[in-house]
Design a protein around this ligand. Structure first.
Ligand SMILES: *[C@@H]1O[C@H](CO)[C@@H](O)[C@H](O)[C@H]1NC(C)=O
Ligand SMILES: *[C@@H]1O[C@H](CO)[C@@H](O)[C@H](O)[C@H]1NC(C)=O
Ligand SMILES: *[C@@H]1O[C@H](CO)[C@@H](O)[C@H](O)[C@H]1NC(C)=O
Ligand SMILES: *[C@@H]1O[C@H](CO)[C@@H](O)[C@H](O)[C@H]1NC(C)=O
Ligand SMILES: *[C@@H]1O[C@H](CO)[C@@H](O)[C@H](O)[C@H]1NC(C)=O
Length: 436
């Protein structure tokens, strides 16, 4: 019995030596401290920033903040040469800001750690003693920790926030989605997501995050996109790509931004007249899905918006179909918020137009009607056949129901945890009922 034990121990020992000897050379380790002057350029969200040395043009790692004393380690895209807006395309510590004098440390054990000044660990890649020998910021916008064979032990591409870079993928086993940023000031998770599911890519809104009543399940996310990016064959992954179009004298006539499922086929996102490698696909704070392409040979504004999901000009769906178009509530026509539904009828719209306070429940709840409107809930989500009376009763019993939609011609009912933009239509059998 002794021999095999020794034998195993011997191999275990070899294994230990092999992994512990793969270390980051001292001259590749670093400790960046969040201190000093702020940079001079204009960046997204009006953020202040301090650039760090990790760089792969046009990407650079930086500390940035939109609120004093609340910093994020983010990836900035853009070059100083073009003097265009710098965009924040990735955050390490999303929703978990750090303070002044926080430290980003890449140590000999191969771990990349973000610590507060007092030593509290806020974020890390979790790659200690996993054979990491170096770190690089690839010029595609990917931060990689690699082993001695050059294999990526960790990459920021596997941890997207609200933005996909060209060549970045969403996969069935994760990461499965982009999640919008909460607001310009707050980079924690917002309520919108762009998710890889069994039928491809869909947009969802999770309406009442943070206001769920005790014991109640949050309402399921609601679909607000059509079938533009859906397929019949379940993909394992989808990659954002830039493909040259047909060539004339070896020069491509155009480039095509695509979402490419591994199961074949592709979705055209945009056609661009120049090399669109430096493009991003972004799920914006508003819930709109857009592509921006960066082309820095141009003198002034290097960013071009090359795709917009919700837009009257060239969108997949009209501007009014964006749930947040009119804030919390409003009647929308041709991308304009034209009216605010109230108990007394329609009045002029402004940002003070809001639905009733949440959790108005009980048998005494009353509703007012908005006749001839549509919205994403009845358009893209399955309704239940029932009588108008039952539909109202259902909503009256639900804390997170602020109103409901009822289509008389098919007797279908949808409870609405969110109202947002209502599109006016000529069909008077499509009615919204809003709690008084
Ligand atoms: C880092 O140190 C190694 C030897 O450990 C040396 O070969 C390499 O050139 C050094 N790199 C830099 C950038 O100084
Ligand atoms: C996508 O899936 C295919 C097939 O399963 C696989 O070969 C490929 O490596 C995957 N790509 C990514 C980026 O995950
Ligand atoms: C497009 O630009 C990228 C990055 O600059 C480059 O690697 C690629 O070769 C270019 N593609 C073509 C077809 O010129
Ligand atoms: C907003 O609209 C309402 C209803 O039309 C009106 O009473 C209110 O004065 C408006 N508020 C502002 C700030 O314009
Ligand atoms: C309203 O739309 C439904 C289909 O959604 C249709 O069956 C019905 O005839 C329409 N009514 C009018 C008045 O256009």
């Amino acid at each position: 019995m002794a021999a095999p034990t020794t034998f195993h121990f011997f191999f275990f020992f070899i294994f230990l030596v092999a992994t512990t000897t793969a270390k980051v050379p001292a001259n590749r380790t670093f400790k960046y401290v969040n201190e000093g002057e702020f940079g001079p350029y204009i960046t997204e969200y009006d953020a202040s920033y301090r650039a760090m040395p990790l760089f792969g043009s046009p990407f650079q790692l930086a500390w940035y903040n939109t609120t004093p004393g609340k910093f994020y380690v983010g990836l900035r895209m853009g070059t100083t040469r073009s003097e265009s807006l710098f965009r924040w395309v990735w955050d390490a510590n999303r929703g978990k800001p750090v303070g002044e004098k926080a430290m980003l440390i890449f140590s000999e054990d191969g771990n990349l750690i973000l610590k507060e000044k007092n030593g509290k660990v806020v974020w890390s890649t979790g790659t200690a003693n996993k054979g990491v020998v170096g770190i690089k910021l690839l010029p595609v916008g990917n931060i990689v920790l690699y082993d001695k064979k050059g294999v990526f032990v960790w990459q920021s591409f596997d941890h997207p926030t609200d933005t996909l870079m060209v060549r970045q993928s969403l996969t069935k086993n994760g990461p499965t989605k982009l999640v919008s940023r909460a607001s310009p000031k707050d980079n924690s998770d917002g309520i919108y997501s762009f998710v890889l599911g069994s039928n491809g890519m869909n947009l969802f809104v999770s309406p009442v995050q943070g206001m769920v009543t005790v014991g109640a399940l949050p309402p399921p996310p609601l679909l607000y996109s059509d079938d533009r990016f859906t397929v019949t064959q379940t993909p394992s992954n989808i990659t954002f790509t830039n493909e040259p179009g047909f060539s004339f004298n070896d020069v491509p006539e155009f480039y095509e931004l695509q979402l490419t499922p591994d199961t074949g086929g592709n979705f055209i996102v945009a056609q661009v007249k120049y090399n669109a490698t430096l493009s991003i696909l972004r799920l914006e704070i508003s819930g709109n899905l857009v592509a921006y392409t960066y082309y820095d040979p141009v003198a002034t504004d290097a960013w071009e918006r090359t795709f917009t999901y919700f837009s009257d000009d060239d969108g997949v769906l009209p501007g009014c179909a964006l749930p947040s178009k009119c804030g919390d509530l409003g009647v929308c026509q041709e991308s304009m918020c034209v009216a605010c539904p109230t108990e007394k009828g329609l009045v002029g719209w402004n940002a003070t137009c809001v639905p009733p306070a949440p959790c108005t429940i009980g048998s005494g709840v009353e509703y007012y009607k908005v006749v001839g409107v549509e919205q994403f809930i009845p358009k893209f989500n399955v309704g239940v056949r029932m009588s108008l009376k039952k539909c109202a009763k259902k909503c009256s019993g639900e804390c997170d129901c602020v109103g409901f939609f009822y289509w008389t011609e098919s007797s279908r009912c949808w409870s609405a945890p969110v109202l947002g933009s209502l599109t006016s239509v000529s069909n008077s059998s499509h009615v919204a009922y809003i709690k008084k």
